[in-house]
Design a protein around this ligand. Structure first.
Ligand SMILES: Nc1nc2c(ncn2[C@@H]2O[C@H](COP(=O)(O)OP(=O)(O)OP(=O)(O)O)[C@@H](O)[C@H]2O)c(=O)[nH]1
Length: 345
């Protein structure tokens, strides 16, 4: 697509990459509208005002959710609301029109598993089922009611197992794909994703800083002690980083002997203290027997107006300055232009 076309259709794509959860929720709502609207119109023509009102309210609610998610990107609460609308709509319809509309229960309940965590979906569907039985108990023979309860139970059981398994597989896949095999911390892909998430966050969030760490004269380690010893030093560096960071901080191996930390909740002052602690910890640790190793660190604030590429560039510029400044050094980008100060052993 050329630049002009990109601009023209930008409104359709939105300004950012949408998460799969957002897309699924909007699709679900979009599919619900043509599924219900014809029935709503039919009820209007038949002057069945209450049923028509329920159908039309559902259609309007789906439209509102699409607009809300499209504009804000917030899908969690919206997804929860959609399942509540579904359940309330289903109960109202069955209450008003009787047992012939009971078949809506199956797609409605399965839809919950698309937008909610399996446990939450089970909880909502269980409450709906109890309410449904209360409505139907006086209208149906016991055996028929039992059949409905058992089939609804089975549908929920299968949907739960499927959703749970899919969720677990997704988690395992993410872990596998985003893990650095040598050190066990996040890899470059994980770092890129986390930076993009930070840039996409729309709600006011905690400040965060990016630290880039690079081992000094690491080539000498490989040349003198061999590649296996070099690998061991990289693993130990990751351990030192784990020991000297908080559980909310995120650690990554950015490339060969380059590492990164996203210090969540840290302003520049706190991040520069963390960087200095890390620098001192590495200098005091034995990453490799008989060979003193140090690390240079560049720090940048992940300014909300910035981009992942911009933050990486700024931290990298500071890292380069730390190397130029003699290594075993921390350089911190000022919030504005890249002025800096240094800690030196
Ligand atoms: N053992 C091991 N070495 C690696 C790995 N990835 C990169 N390296 C080595 O890291 C070294 C990086 O060397 P340089 O980029 O020249 O940097 P340096 O020697 O650390 O020098 P400065 O960064 O300028 O202080 C190279 O020798 C790479 O082979 C790895 O996974 N294991």
């Amino acid at each position: 697509m050329n630049k002009g076309a990109g601009r023209r259709f930008g409104w359709l794509r939105g300004q950012r990459k949408r998460s799969i959860e957002e897309v699924i929720l909007m699709l679900l709502c979009a599919l619900t509208i043509p599924s219900i609207l014809p029935f709503g119109v039919y009820r209007l023509v038949q002057r069945q005002w209450m049923s028509a009102a329920v159908d039309m309210a559902l259609v309007l609610a789906m439209l509102a959710v699409i607009v809300h998610v499209w504009r804000t990107g917030r899908h969690r609460v919206a997804g929860f609301c959609v399942t509540l609308f579904y359940s309330a709509g289903l109960l109202a319809t069955v209450y008003l029109r009787g047992t012939s509309l009971i078949y809506w229960v199956y797609p409605t309940m399965i839809a919950c598993y698309f937008v909610l965590r399996p446990r939450v979906a089970v909880a909502i569907n269980s409450v709906t089922l109890v309410a449904l039985v209360a409505i139907l108990v006086s209208q149906m023979a016991v055996l028929n009611l039992l059949t409905i309860v058992v089939t609804i139970g089975l549908v929920n059981l299968f949907a739960y197992i499927f959703a749970y398994r899919t969720g677990e597989q997704n988690k395992a896949l993410h872990t596998e794909v985003e893990l650095d095999f040598l050190t066990g911390i996040g890899n470059r892909r994980a770092l890129d994703r986390r930076l993009a998430e930070h840039a996409d966050e729309r709600r006011p969030h905690l400040p965060a800083c990016l630290l880039l760490l690079d081992l000094d004269h690491f080539k000498q380690v490989n040349d003198t002690h061999g590649h296996a010893a070099g690998d061991q030093a990289l693993r130990r560096l990751a351990e030192v980083m784990r020991l000297h960071t908080r559980s909310s901080d995120r650690l990554f191996r950015y490339g060969g002997e380059e590492f990164a930390v996203i210090a969540n909740g840290a302003e520049l002052n706190a991040a520069s203290r963390l960087a200095e602690n890390l620098r001192a910890a590495v200098a005091g640790a034995t990453l490799i027997d008989g060979h003193a190793l140090t690390v240079s660190i560049g720090v940048a604030f992940m300014d909300k107006r910035g981009t992942p590429a911009g933050w990486l560039k700024q931290a990298d510029t500071m890292l380069y300055a730390a190397k130029q400044g003699g290594r075993n050094t921390v350089r911190v980008a000022a919030a504005g232009p890249a002025s800096d100060y240094a800690h030196r052993a």
